[in-house]
Design a protein around this ligand. Sequence first.
Ligand code: SAM
Length: 215
Amino acid sequence: MRLRNIAGSREVIAESKFVIPEDILDQCPGTWQEKFEKKQPLYIEIGMGKGKFIHTMAKEHPEINFVGIEKFSSVLLRAIQKMEQEELPNLRFIRMDAEEITKVFAKGEVDRIYLNFSDPWPKDRHAKRRLPSKEFLKRYDEILVEGGQIEFKTDNRDLFDFAVEELPESVFEAKVLTYDLHNDAVLSEGNIMTEYEEKFSAIGNPICKYILVRK
Ligand code: SAM
């Protein structure tokens, strides 16, 4: 997935009208609605990869504004290419490490956060880097509107168990939780598969999911 060395990806990103330039990200808190044609709820996906999920979501939900966040230029490039093939007015991208997310969105500016198949960082000493860790949940608490929610999907049972164990130390609780999304008739309805979800469900891995709200 990393595709780290695609020549020219940084240049393409710097020139893309779909990407918010990195050098103005610190001026963005409180201004996200101005970056879209319509003022409407703002949903973000952190670690969007090649962007299949968020592109499909944005297409199916023109009444929502979406921002896709990805750390690596060479991966973001793939999401930009999808937008070049099918441009959507309600989707924009950021290349950044989500550790800086509270510097880019204002308090209560985001209505929903999606985490899909986040990197597991299996070593204990890297636990803070896991996107559903209590450290990240604190950041999400800062930027999420009252009544906002976090949706997390993964096939990695260890990462999901870790994510669930982090909840008591956070301000969030699971309003929905399943260890087999695709066999849950209610929760699987309207489910948009990510690239990783397609790959891992095809080899029989069950998909775990929770939806968090504040306690
Ligand atoms: N969400 C996609 C999917 O489900 O197909 C991609 C999953 S991939 C395993 C995880 C992605 O998250 C990678 O593209 C990685 O570069 C990105 N990522 C990991 N940590 C990140 C961070 N701290 N900030 C932004 N992106 C991150």
